[in-house]
Design a protein around this ligand. Structure first.
Ligand code: SF4
Ligand code: SF4
Length: 300
């Protein structure tokens, strides 16, 4: 069983309880305008170019069989549509180029995960599968979570909840805690900001809750998009309707996606939007907490 993985982050402290290893899978059916992992959107491997690390040696120009690299008015441009992802330019480069996304077996990922087993034990941590959207690779995700559980590790699944009901129900047996995104409670706005409606996402959330699966609602709050009272009240109302939600996380906007989008040649829709100040985030937390029956905390 192989999956397309784009990062394995050890010592994570924001992706579930304790110290964790977070496995990021490639592929996502949503296109959130504020996405902070745009390199996860496509399921296939992608070439990233970090302009600030380029020393202008020209090796990539010479080696690419498809002539993807070219200078245009002094700017290094990459014809991405022609790129076959062969990695020859990456090998010839001093560090400005990389291929994002690698096929890994469950055992290869587990080898990385096991390295921090002692931290999981002492901190109450474990392994988190994230993305992208893990529901895009349901078999691999299930096998990985099951392998971790078999070894006695605590498992979290970070998901947008957008996928077939059958897949997410199947995951329940291998997931100790769902980190479930609530991006926008108004369906039309959800469609506008993420590219999909939220009906299926909410149905899936109610279905896993009915099964008794524990979850934390993860709410990205983006200034000028969903930082409004109607949304805050609806988040609280939603949590109050579910029996196994133990917490609400407010995830304040960060602009990490901007540089990442640039490196893979993508447009970033929120160029120039500033991350909120601490006081503003505290106010968001308080406004949700005023109506919610579970604790509301800032995460990240
Ligand atoms: S990965 Fe291969 S095809 Fe793509 S730009 Fe580099 S050398 Fe060219
Ligand atoms: S091989 Fe790397 S460092 Fe050299 S020009 Fe290409 S991107 Fe820049």
């Amino acid at each position: 069983m192989e999956g397309m993985v784009f990062d394995i982050q050890r010592l994570s402290v924001h992706d579930g309880p304790g110290i964790r290893t977070t496995v990021f899978l490639k592929g996502c059916p949503l296109r959130c305008v504020w996405c902070h992992n745009p390199e996860s959107n496509a399921i296939q491997p992608q070439l990233a170019f970090h302009e600030n690390l380029c020393i202008g040696c020209g090796n990539c120009f010479a080696i690419c069989p498809n002539q993807c690299h070219a200078l245009n008015n002094g700017r290094h441009e990459i014809a991405r549509a022609q790129c076959a992802g062969c990695g020859l330019c990456v090998q010839a480069c001093t560090g400005a180029l990389e291929i994002l996304g690698k096929r890994c077996t469950v055992e290869e990922v587990m080898k990385e995960v096991r390295k921090d087993a002692s931290f999981y034990r002492t901190s109450g941590g474990g392994v988190t599968v994230s993305g992208g959207e893990p529901l895009m690779q349901p078999d691999f995700t299930y096998e990985l979570l099951s392998a971790a559980k078999k070894e006695g590790l605590h498992t979290c699944l970070e998901t947008s909840g957008y996928g077939p009901l059958q897949s997410i129900l199947k995951f329940s047996s291998a997931v100790d805690l769902f980190l479930y995104d609530v991006k926008e409670t108004d369906s039309k706005r959800h469609l506008k900001f993420t590219g999909v409606e939220n009906q299926q996402i909410l149905e899936n959330l109610f279905a896993i809750d009915e099964l008794g699966a524990s979850s934390i609602l993860r709410c990205p709050i983006i200034p000028g998009f969903n930082d409004r009272d109607g949304h805050f009240n609806s988040i609280a109302k939603l949590a109050n309707q579910l029996r196994h939600v133990c917490m609400i996380h407010v995830e304040p906007y960060n602009s990490f996606g901007e540089g990442k989008a640039q490196s893979i040649g993508s447009q970033y829709a929120l160029k120039g939007v500033q991350p909120p100040e601490e006081e503003r985030v505290a106010e968001w937390v308080n406004r949700i907490q005023a109506k919610a029956h579970v604790p509301v905390v800032k995460n990240g």
